[in-house]
Design a protein around this ligand. Structure first.
Ligand SMILES: [Zn+2]
Ligand SMILES: [Zn+2]
Ligand SMILES: [Zn+2]
Length: 74
């Protein structure tokens, strides 16, 4: 079985060597579809772990600060 990007369906091969997992919903994401966001409230104190990967939906839901000032970083 081959892992595929949940957004574009690219298999984990070729240019999309390393798929990562959205840290909210668990979708697999290729290089093109991942959004990495610093997450200041990331649990754990491993400094290398404070960059989390996101799918577009989760990034907008959980991390994007809207222009009206609503929206809390999770
Ligand atoms: Zn993709
Ligand atoms: Zn997600
Ligand atoms: Zn997040």
């Amino acid at each position: 079985m081959e892992w595929r990007c949940a957004e574009c369906g690219e298999p984990e091969s070729g240019k999309n060597k390393a798929l990562v997992v959205c840290h909210h919903c668990g979708k697999l994401l290729c290089l093109d579809d991942r959004i990495s966001a610093r997450n200041d409230v990331f649990e754990g104190d491993d400094e290398t772990a404070n960059v989390a990967y996101h799918c577009t939906d989760c990034y907008e839901t959980h991390h994007k600060v809207s222009e009206s000032g609503q929206g809390q970083p999770e």
